[in-house]
Design a binder for this molecule. Structure first.
Ligand SMILES: Cc1cc2nc3c(=O)[nH]c(=O)nc-3n(C[C@H](O)[C@H](O)[C@H](O)COP(=O)(O)O)c2cc1C
Ligand code: SF4
Length: 435
């Protein structure tokens, strides 16, 4: 279980109940829980969606799609039932924020799912959790049972004639089922490969019914948006990026952990002030800003605000807000190899550019790192990665290609140092540690 950390610059909205025993429903109620759901029952769907739109809340799963807008795409009437789907697959390496929500504040996920259900007119929600999160699934299931016992879930929630039920579901340990359409396939009991889009889930989702799918952090944020008011939540962040974000800081820093900071908070400050600087006072070599599928940044590129737009402008992505800090003792060829090994292992194998591309890249990088690379290999790897980009059924192919291209572009000289049978120049140093 990740330990809790804190820093004076934190603005605790989503994490404000962490470490306060709120996994128990009575404590959650003492701390103001379920008031937002009751308010939403009284106010109705249009009001809920307008508050969420006003909050500038953008999806915390990686792509940053505006949540209120996504909810507004769900048709008002539908012959098929509508669904809410909470994405708790949390598999992007470097990321463990949803973990803390499930552990410390599971009722926030339930309350957020109820509110999403009220907004779109769904009577059933699913909470899909990463296969490896067995212990957290137990916490979540206990919380769901408590909510049923109190009458907050069921046929007549909070004593009204509105129905909302929740089913929890566990994955089997595949990164690919974090992708929304593969997740729906998996939930329906099929092999976890993505669906061709369009149609998008808001129109055709689980069992063919309109479905709102959101990341667990997005959903757990919604009760706070309602409690604070959309405009106040928006004001806590930066332009077009409302509120705060749970940043998972890992790698070579003094104080790794999950910190809740305003959207737009400076990346350099996250590393040097919030997380205590590079471990052992060593020099910074590179930073992966948003989980391992986001292109690496150089030290001179990190004086930027951490929101979707500003990180995009700097040539990378905010993604899952998992900041991986890399010191000067790290071999970037090995880092690239570790990264591509993950994608090669997790590729579902459905489309050729991803299945074969990740495999070629892994084989080439393995040989390269062992000192058997040739200058042509560098160009070949670049060519393979470029040809994966935009040519796959789901974004996992891009997620594998983008960081590879950035490693080659920004650390070409280091790749060249491995040529002609030379031993890895960093072999004498400790191995890389990525949380
Ligand atoms: C390969 C792959 C893995 C993904 N893994 C996750 C994940 O573990 N958790 C998550 O919330 N979103 C994940 N996503 C993003 C989802 O497809 C989807 O965009 C997200 O759940 C939408 O929720 P949001 O709008 O709240 O961000 C993944 C996407 C891809 C392509
Ligand atoms: S890009 Fe990779 S993970 Fe996605 S469908 Fe193709 S093979 Fe599967």
């Amino acid at each position: 279980m990740p330990r809790l950390v804190s820093h004076p610059d934190e603005v605790k909205i989503v994490s404000r109940r962490f470490g306060k025993g709120a996994a128990r429903i009575d404590r959650y109620l003492e701390l103001g829980g379920y008031a937002a759901a009751k308010k939403c029952l009284a106010q109705g769907p249009e009001w809920i969606i307008s508050e969420v739109k006003a909050s500038n809340l953008r999806g915390r799963g990686g792509a940053g799609f505006p949540t209120g807008l996504k909810w507004s795409f769900v048709p008002k009437t539908s012959a098929k039932p509508k669904y809410v789907l909470v994405n708790g697959d949390e598999s992007e390496p470097g990321t463990c924020k949803d973990h803390l929500i499930f552990q410390h504040d599971p009722h926030a996920v339930i309350e957020g799912a109820i509110i999403a259900g009220l907004a779109i007119g769904a009577k059933l929600g699913f909470i899909y959790m990463r296969g490896e999160y067995r212990g957290l699934l137990e916490i979540m299931e206990k919380a769901v049972a408590e909510a049923y016992a109190k009458g907050f879930l069921g046929k007549n929630i909070f004593g009204t004639d509105t129905e909302f039920q929740i089913i929890t579901h566990s994955g089997a340990g595949a990164y690919e089922v974090g992708e929304e359409s593969a997740l729906m396939e998996s939930l329906e009991g099929k092999r976890g490969v993505p669906r061709i889009k369009p149609p998008f889930p808001a129109v055709v989702g689980i069992y063919g019914g309109p479905t709102v799918i959101n990341n667990a952090e997005t959903i757990a944020t919604v009760p706070h948006v309602i409690a604070m008011g959309g405009a106040a939540y928006a004001a806590a962040g930066s332009a077009r990026n409302g509120g705060t974000r749970l940043f998972t800081v890992s790698g070579h820093v003094e104080r790794p952990g999950v910190y809740e900071l305003p959207m737009g908070y400076n990346l350099k400050k996250i590393i040097y002030e919030v997380a205590g600087g590079v471990r052992g006072g060593r020099a910074l070599k590179a930073v992966v800003p948003g989980g391992c599928s986001t292109p690496v940044l150089l030290p001179e590129e990190i004086d930027i605000g951490m929101d979707f737009d500003q990180v995009g402008k700097a040539g990378s992505m905010l993604g899952s807000a998992a900041v991986i800090v890399i010191d000067d003792q790290t071999c970037m060829v090995e880092f690239a190899l570790r990264t591509i090994s993950f994608y090669q292992h997790e590729s579902c194998g459905w489309c050729i550019p991803c299945r074969e591309g990740t495999d070629w890249l892994k084989k080439t990088l393995t040989r390269f790192h062992a000192g058997f690379g040739t200058a042509k290999d560098i160009d070949n790897m670049q060519y393979i990665a470029e040809n994966m980009m935009g040519r796959t059924f789901c974004p996992l192919g891009d997620a594998a290609a983008m960081p590879t291209l950035a490693f080659i572009k920004k650390f070409r000289a280091e790749f060249e140092e491995h040529l002609d049978g030379k031993a890895c120049p960093f072999a004498k140093h400790a191995k890389l540690v990525v949380v």
